[in-house]
Design a protein. Sequence first.
Length: 404
Amino acid sequence: MANKPPVLIMDLYYGALQVARSLGSRGIPVCGIDKLPDPIAAHSRYITRLKAPERDEELKDFMIDFSKNLENKPVLFPMSDYYIRFFLKFRNALSGHYLFPMDNPGILAKLVSKVETAKLLAQLEIDCPKTIFFNKGISSLPSLDGITFPCILKPNYHDYWEEDTRATEFLGPGQRIAYIENHAALREAVNVLNPMDDMVLQEFIPGHSENHYYYVGYRGKKGIILLSYVGNKIRTFPDCLGCETLLRSIDNPELVKQGNRILHRLNYYGPAGIDFKFDPRDSKYKVIEINARLGINDCYLAEFGADMPNIYYLDSQKKELSPHNNCPAGITWYHFGFDFDWMRTYRRKYNLSWSSWIRDLVFGFNNYAVFSWRDPAPFMHSLLKWTSRRTRKALGLDGRTGNL
């Protein structure tokens, strides 16, 4: 670790694989921590997993001690809102020991909160769906203020629902939002979910999954957009509103400019992902969410010249960087586990055959959430785990399916 500053990734989910494969292949030492017992990226040949404590204060002390034992300050990659909030909580203690590009704690704290993000977008008059807020513990529903059904219910912080068994049982494993079709469904959802966190109720913009777009951008500390590109969410699970199972990069200069303008108006530094949905009612792209970090597929163009992890790494060290303006279109990112569930659920709706799905699986995609020929261990581990859970479910032994 003598020459190049090492990297510490916090949260070893799918996005960590892209970061580690990009930087690790450059000879940059990559370490990782995660509070989960068996995260997928911990099996990568490029990541050395550290046995770190879970409690915040103990983790903070562990990270300081870890940095003190290195010749160079590590570059910190928090890959989830949970760890962004952790860093903000201990920013004063950690900033002297780590390199971190998002040196704007005020705006960062707002962007990891769905409530504060919605308020900020409204304040800046940025196009977004109609939104109202429910405070934690409300006893009755407030006025919907013009929001009609169906609509979307979200927590202020996603991990509050992900880590609560009541929310998981109500929403289903892995689901971060509730699709609300009527008043009765809203009352039921609020009764179950409201004790856990403040919530955001957002109008549902009509349109299929193809109306969803994902902007990825990196604004450097000098206020220059160093990298930006857009992907089209070809399929999402659940259909029309969930997490993408298939994403394709596209040439959409209008949406790239819109995403760039938002980062400028926010005066935000670092990586960001913006979920847009095209609203056919007024022909506008509207902001659904903003992620103030790298997400699960923000780096899928790294092997095709648009190396987001390396830009993050170098910018954290205050290196001089030139904007990268030539991002390729037509590059696909694919998540097998999510898409298998999509296929089982929607293949009749879209008149797809299993044979065509398997053909595309083998020959049709450029980049996979887990699979990589040069780093096969995460895929093999995930395949065994996924197959075991599917078998247990088929035998009625386990209700979980797992995701590959």
